[in-house]
Structures are given as C-alpha cells and as structure tokens.
Design a protein around this ligand. Sequence first.
Ligand SMILES: Cc1cc2nc3c(=O)[nH]c(=O)nc-3n(C[C@H](O)[C@H](O)[C@H](O)COP(=O)(O)O)c2cc1C
Length: 222
Amino acid sequence: MTKAKFVPYRDFTEMPAADMRARAQSFRDTMALRRSVRQFARRPVDRSVIEDCLRAAHAGPSGANMQPWHFVVVADPAVKAEIRKGAEEEEREFYSGRAGDDWLKVLEPIGTVPLKPFLDDAPYLIVVFQKNYAIAANHHRQNHYYVPESVGIATGILIAALQHAGLATLIHTPRPMGFLRRVLKRPANESACMIVVTGYPAADATVPVLKKKYFDDVVSFI
Ligand SMILES: Cc1cc2nc3c(=O)[nH]c(=O)nc-3n(C[C@H](O)[C@H](O)[C@H](O)COP(=O)(O)O)c2cc1C
C-alpha cells in the first residue's frame, strides 16, 4: 500500500489544437534565435526577471523529487571580478595544454580564448551548483538520484526562460570549478557545474559561424 497522497490535477488547461500549434511554433522560433553570446553590455537587468526565470527552472522535474540544485546569482562587481580571476587561471591552463589536442581542435571554429571579460561585463552570473547529497536532521546523508540529469534539465529550463524573456546567455564551464565553491562559500556537499552568464548582448557582439546538424539526423520518429 503506497504512503503517497494524491490530489486532483487541476493546474492543466487543455487548449485548442490551433493554439497549441501556434505556441509550439512561437517557442520554436524564440529558441531558434538563441546563440551563446560572449560579449555583454554593462547594462543592468531587472532582478525580478532573473528571479522569475529561476522560479521556472526550480519548477523542473528531478530524480525522486530531490531538487538537487542551488543557484547563486552574482551581481556584486567585486565577486564577479573574483570569479573572472579564478576562471581565467583555469582557462589559461586549459588552453595551454590541459585540454589536449582533440578538444582544442573542435573548439577552433568557436574561437574561444582564455580571457573572459564577459564575467565582469554581464550584469548576472548565475552559478549552478549540484547538491550531490543532503545532510538530514539526524546528520545522516540523504542520497540524491540522477543529479546531473536533474540539474541539466533545470539549467535548460533556465536558459529557455532567459531567452524567452529577451536576454542573452552563455554557459561557461571553467574546469576544475572548485574555486567557485570557495569564492561563493558553498558547502562540501555541493559542486559547481556551470555558470549561466546573462544580460543584454553588447551592441557590437558577434557570434561564430557554426555548422549545426540537420534536424532529421538528430530526431527519429518510429
Ligand atoms: C555544457 C556546456 C559547456 C559549455 N562551456 C563553454 C565554455 O566554457 N565557454 C564558452 O565560451 N562556451 C561554452 N559553451 C557554449 C558552447 O560553446 C556553445 O553552446 C556551442 O558552441 C554552440 O553554439 P551556440 O550555443 O551559439 O549554438 C558550453 C556549452 C555547454 C552546453
């Protein structure tokens, strides 16, 4: 006999088929315009927009409902500068050998370099932490399940929400990311997995010309 309690699912509104198609197309068009932006304007963005996008991310599904995430929103210029310093140290190592030739080769068309001015310029760095386990009230470890999958889904929703709200984003992963836990004073059961950089693109921002796989090569219907 399950111990779960159930309530009627009333938060679902069926919409006319034409509306459903129009909404799917509109969202497709919005997301098709997303690019990773690496030059941000030093313009402020209303914090409530960021909060709402994070609420959308936090509504995501998670393995065994453990919600194994924590998002640190960094707007303080001094903390952003510390993050930039740590990231550039790791990135210098990465580009001068740690990455290995294969990785550097596929990064060539993207044109990324160790300098990361966007970490100072963008109004918000949202640092995504995965909570690898929780500490229960009796000091025992509570395992978390499907942590990378859950955090990846939540971060995907966050990027979609920011794009939908009219902001640009970049996923930045300056590895190893241990410095982020130190700078942001997060506990030992968490590890940083991504920085979502967000704000307005700089007026003269450019993006690399990249080849994308065809839709039919990545989707099969059976
Ligand atoms: C998990 C992940 C890690 C990434 N890490 C970095 C990064 O550290 N620095 C960077 O400039 N871009 C990073 N990117 C962005 C990718 O380079 C970018 O998504 C890819 O080149 C495709 O370009 P587009 O996003 O403009 O379509 C990352 C993307 C993902 C999903």
